[in-house]
Design a protein around this ligand. Structure first.
Ligand SMILES: [Zn+2]
Length: 421
């Protein structure tokens, strides 16, 4: 795909490629491509052929990540990593993850064989969504040396371990250490659909991610007294559902009152669970996210205290447990500035934003400076066949990427600022 012609034509080609890859699926009716499933092999063959045609050396590393390497003008030289993930959720759309890989391939093609002062590596990660083993980021973990024995021994619903899946795909788990990022890696850049409605609401095609939000996940159990729904007067009840409900609205109010805080009670369950019985127990989950770890921690403390106060006022008890406590990850400020500049050069207003969802960039940030560019998601929809991007936005993303590569290639600062071997 030469890029010297009309950029809209190339953006259309990017979209056509994403739609073609959506056809490589475990399900006949929709897109589902989990860790090293047979359609992933076909997907690798397709993307690998595009990479080879653009001048890259292609391999699949022992963690099942597709890796294409395009050398620098001179050797030795450091490398810039571009990419996203090739796995999908069940009943997926065509763009989550895939678009970032296909755009990276298109950027490589846009060079038309020209070499940069740094090499380029394109990565198509094998397992970001965590569908098959319940553990996300298996592919990118391998690049930072965190695909360990414990993870290799995890089993899917059919009792097959990560290690077995790797072997059955024809890869060697003993070679996983060679998947680790080379020491001369400058940075990681990822294009991804926003998966939310913010850019659409602002009428902007592209956003630059400042941070990936940290997450706290908790489980609460309100314990009251189950009793007869007909014979127990209202003032003598210890109703666990009513207490949980009062607290859930407190959660919503708290999140609305703090800028950029999102808090969700996504699951509730009550016992004994009968129409004519007052609930004796109610369980509720809590998911809180914010770009600041301090804000998130203080919100979690407040919501726990409020659950306790509500329970006490109603003569109930409440206990909670923390299921996940994941820190926020900052994007590299130098790269964020460069991306903002590149977006402006395309004639668009950049929007600085927080990613509420986790991404491979979060894992790679352990080793290298990272940055992400979001594309407006039509209707804010993702993880659904209705997932969609505008061809004009993809064209802007390509322009932004070409501009960014040019800026970084000319920047005396880039290597100095980002490189930490
Ligand atoms: Zn994704």
């Amino acid at each position: 795909m030469p890029v010297s012609g009309n950029i809209t034509t190339h953006a259309e080609e990017v979209i056509a490629r994403c739609r073609k890859l959506a056809g490589f699926s475990e399900d006949a009716a929709g897109t589902r491509r989990t860790f090293l499933s047979p359609p992933m092999r076909a997907c690798h063959a397709e993307v690998g052929a595009w990479l080879k045609a653009a001048g890259a050396e292609v391999r699949t590393d022992a963690a099942g990540n597709l890796r294409g390497f395009y050398s620098a003008a001179k050797s030795p030289a450091p490398t810039l990593l571009l990419g996203s993930h090739l796995d999908t959720v069940p009943n997926a759309g065509a763009y989550d993850g895939i678009l970032g890989v296909v755009l990276a391939v298109a950027l490589l093609e846009s060079l038309e064989g020209r070499k940069l002062p740094f090499g380029l590596e394109i990565a198509g990660f094998s397992e970001e969504e965590g569908v098959r083993f319940g553990t996300p980021f298996i592919g990118s973990r391998a690049l930072v040396g965190r695909l360990d024995e414990e993870l290799l021994n995890q089993r899917d619903a059919n009792g097959i371990s990560v290690r077995q899946v790797i072997q059955e795909f024809g890869l060697n788990p003993a070679e996983i250490p060679s998947a680790v990022l080379s020491g001369d890696m400058l940075a990681y850049l990822e294009f991804h659909i926003e998966q939310g409605p913010i850019l659409e609401s602002l009428n902007r095609p592209l956003g630059v991610v400042e941070a990936i939000a940290g997450q706290t996940r908790m489980a609460f159990t309100f314990t009251g007294r189950a009793n007869h729904a007909g014979t127990t007067p209202m003032h003598l009840r210890r109703d666990a559902i009513a207490a949980a409900a009062e607290w859930i609205l407190t959660v919503e109010r708290a999140a609305k009152g703090l800028p950029e805080l999102v808090a969700t009670v996504g699951k509730i369950e009550a016992k004994p669970g009968a129409t004519n019985v007052i609930a004796g127990e109610a369980q509720a989950t809590l998911d809180i996210r914010h770009k600041s770890d301090e804000v998130r921690a203080s919100a979690a403390t407040t919501l726990v205290r409020q659950a306790e106060e509500i329970a006490a006022q109603r003569g109930l008890s409440v206990r909670h447990s923390v299921l996940l406590n994941q820190k926020a990850v900052a994007m590299n400020p130098f790269l964020v500035d460069q991306i903002e500049r590149a977006i402006r050069k395309t004639g668009c207003d950049p929007h600085r934003m927080t990613s509420g969802a986790g991404h491979d960039a979060m894992i790679l940030a352990e080793k290298v400076p990272v940055a992400m560019i979001f594309l407006r998601s039509r209707g804010g929809i993702s993880h659904d066949p209705a997932e969609s991007v505008n061809v004009e936005d993809v064209a802007k993303a390509m322009e932004c990427g070409i501009q960014l590569l040019g800026q970084l290639a000319e920047s005396q600062e880039f290597v100095k600022r980002t490189y930490r071997a």
